[in-house]
Design a protein around this ligand. Structure first.
Ligand code: SF4
Length: 407
């Protein structure tokens, strides 16, 4: 099979992994055709965020979409009737270097179906990263998906070459994993995450330790393939962040696959659910919220409004917050005020009394913020905070739901 054909199959197969923000760029050439100079269409180039927050382009591919496992939700499962392909490690190295030299990419995101055994597959993935770093002096970004059942030695070796490692938890609960991916072992996933955490922390704690996955570890959870509610999903994420110090949990809305099992739902969950989970996740990581505050036990996130606004509307007794006196933690809970806004506000108020016009200069959505704050202006928020129609006034029109990730 031609390399280009393999690339088409294995880039397409990788698009189900959410750890990159998009599954493929659609860069049109000046001629408007997909094959002209600069076209990356069908070539698996995605955009992801580096640990330092930069948006980077990655070649996102599978080493192979052959797999000896039969996870029901996966298009690459053993029993799936899809076209299969397999790169050699040398081919992946050649492609990565070729794209890198043409400035198409700044790094590689490499995952794989499981071939022969977890150890054999992991050896192949490590080999790619090792060749790139040691034989070709590659200094670009490398994100390796690791196989949780692979030996600890191989995981430890992967961390020497990769910037980030990830192990997919796949489903939010152990019973769901047992039911939909019976060959996977939740205990092995947790043990591998624990080992990676220790190695990452050891490397960070001493400059004498060899570099080990400086971008930390991440995971992916499929949303909507089982019946776990949003509280269950967020509670699992919370445990992963606190127990294994994960850098990111990625949420991937289940997408129905051809000839899918009857154990799976017939349709995908609303895409906005994935979006709301990312917003809720953000609240846990940067805004001091607990999973239980964002959504009650057994509950689902409100799809119409963002989770911080939803929380504020049911906790109106905690508002209005005085922007001139409140602590940082309280300010972070004001709908429409992000971390940067709050930090700038704290700095401004050292020199002057903050008024609404100052908030306007910080580019906050005044209509959203004003009901929840008091400023040095005559009382503005109090009158609207108790209005029964406040939710309707603040809820975005449906077309706006897809716009900002967070506000
Ligand atoms: S092990 Fe991975 S690639 Fe294989 S069937 Fe399961 S999810 Fe798919």
């Amino acid at each position: 099979m031609e390399l280009r054909e393999k690339l088409e199959i294995l880039a397409d197969a990788a698009k189900y992994d959410a750890s990159c923000a998009s599954s493929g760029s659609d860069r049109k050439t000046s001629a408007g055709t997909k094959d002209g100079i600069g076209s990356t269409e069908g070539m698996g180039i995605c955009h992801a965020y580096a640990p330092d927050g930069r948006c980077i382009s990655l070649l996102k591919i599978l080493l192979t979409n052959f797999c000896v496992y039969d996870c029901l939700y996966c298009v690459n499962r053993r029993s799936s009737n899809v076209r299969r392909a397999r790169f050699t490690p040398e081919e992946v190295v050649r492609l990565t270097l070729g794209f890198y030299r043409r400035n198409y990419i700044e790094g590689l995101f490499l995952s794989s179906g499981i071939i022969q055994s977890p150890d054999y597959t992991m050896e192949q993935l490590v080999r790619v990263a090792k060749m790139l770093r040691e034989d070709h002096g590659f200094r670009g970004y490398i994100h390796l998906k690791t196989i949780p059942d692979a030996s600890p030695e191989l995981l430890a070796e992967a961390g020497l070459y990769a910037d980030r490692l990830s192990i997919n938890i796949e489903l939010p609960s152990e019973p769901s994993l047992d039911r939909l991916a019976p060959e996977k072992d939740a205990g092995a996933i947790r043990r591998s995450m624990g080992r990676l955490r220790l190695r990452i922390e050891e490397a960070k704690s001493s400059p004498r330790e060899p570099r080990f996955a400086p971008g930390g570890q991440s995971t992916q959870m499929i949303v909507g393939a089982d019946g776990t509610d949003d509280w269950g999903i967020l509670a699992t994420s919370d445990r992963l962040y606190t127990g294994y110090r994960l850098r990111r949990v990625y949420y991937s809305a289940f997408s129905p696959i051809p000839d899918g099992s009857s154990s799976l739902p017939p349709g995908a969950p609303p895409l906005v659910r994935e979006h709301r989970l990312y917003q809720a996740d953000w609240l846990m990581r940067f805004y001091g919220f607990d999973a239980g505050e964002i959504v009650p036990d057994g509950g689902l996130l409100d799809l119409e409004i963002d989770p911080k606004l939803a929380w504020a509307l049911v906790n109106r007794h905690r508002f209005p917050v005085d922007v001139n006196k409140a602590d940082r933690e309280s300010l972070l809970r004001v709908p429409g005020m992000g971390v940067r806004t709050v930090d700038r506000l704290l700095s401004i108020r050292r020199h002057k009394a903050v008024r609404l016009e100052d908030l306007g200069r910080l580019r906050v959505q005044l209509a959203k913020v004003a009901p929840f704050v008091t400023t040095a202006d005559p009382q503005v928020g109090r009158s609207t905070l108790d209005r029964l129609d406040l939710r309707q006034r603040l809820a975005p029109r449906p077309a706006q739901l897809a716009l900002p990730l967070f506000a």
